[in-house]
Ligand binder design. Structure first.
Ligand code: MN
Length: 270
């Protein structure tokens, strides 16, 4: 094969992908939220204990502790910014996989985008139900094996504003999530690998009042399905046809990890 550009791989499926990336026929979309001391974290009410926020601690900055270099310690909870929930995070997944044990093949798969941003704009406590998924399937076909259902709510636009992102009032936080039946169906009857959301957690803000409480955590993590939170830029993805790449750190014993999340999609220049 003669090409004007050396893409490093000469044949096979990966050569097509690389050629597509070089030529702009495939776009890479970053779905990750920026990580800093201002990244909003989950804020549990009394009497529960909260994780620390993310921060950088300077150890040297081209000065006497390190004259030629700059480096930091990072301080963070596991569940910060765009992050993965591993099964062992929840009591129903106790004895299940930690974040280092999740197989990479389950962290890469078809991205399926379900847009309920209008519903979530009208109702901060909006809950996705099975019938929303069924309606999506009527248009785009059955959810594929190993897919990731990405729930677009528009909440990513709030992610740099702690108050609007967590959206608390005197009754507690209000942000969209899943019905109990939908969480159970995804966990027990679908062949998805997991779900992705734009909110701070995979459950609704008011999910402490559902039965069981926090049904997405309860059912998904108890059935070896995964969750990824605080996604950005889902509005740049088609409903089907993109590939999701979720890359948490392999923290041994970790119940979750910050993750870099990319999507590959067909570019505009085809
Ligand atoms: Mn989490």
């Amino acid at each position: 094969m003669e090409t004007s550009t050396n893409i490093g791989v000469r044949q096979g499926s990966l050569a097509q992908v690389l050629a597509g990336l070089v030529a702009g026929r495939i776009d890479v979309i970053d779905l990750t939220t920026r990580l800093s001391r201002n990244t909003p974290t989950l804020d549990l009410p009394e009497p529960f204990a909260n994780l620390i926020d993310f921060s950088l601690e300077e150890v040297s900055a081209y000065n006497s502790p390190g004259p030629f270099w700059k480096h930091h310690n990072i301080h963070t909870g596991e569940h910060i910014g765009t992050h993965v929930d591993a099964p062992v995070h929840w009591i129903t997944g106790r004895g299940g996989k930690d974040v280092a044990q999740i197989e990479p093949t389950r962290l890469i798969g078809p991205a399926l985008v379900l847009d309920v941003s209008a519903e979530a704009a009208a109702d901060s406590d909006f809950l996705l139900d099975i019938h929303h998924i069924r309606t999506w399937e009527e248009t785009y076909g059955p959810l594929p094996e190993g897919g990731w259902l990405l729930i677009r709510t528009g909440w990513d636009k709030r992610s740099q504003d702690r108050q609007r992102f967590l959206n608390k009032d005197k009754h507690g936080p209000h942000s969209p999530g899943l019905t109990v039946e939908c969480a159970r169906w995804i966990a027990e009857e679908s062949s998805l690998s997991g779900i992705g959301v734009e909110t701070v957690g995979i459950d609704a803000g008011a999910a402490g009042g559902q039965h069981p409480p926090f049904p997405a955590h309860h059912f998904l993590l108890g059935n070896d399905k995964y969750g990824v939170t605080s996604l950005q830029n889902l509005d740049q993805l088609p409903p089907t046809g993109a590939i999701l790449i979720v890359a948490p750190l392999p923290i041994v014993g970790g119940t979750g990890s910050p993750a870099r999340v990319f999507a590959l999609k067909e570019g505009q220049t085809r």
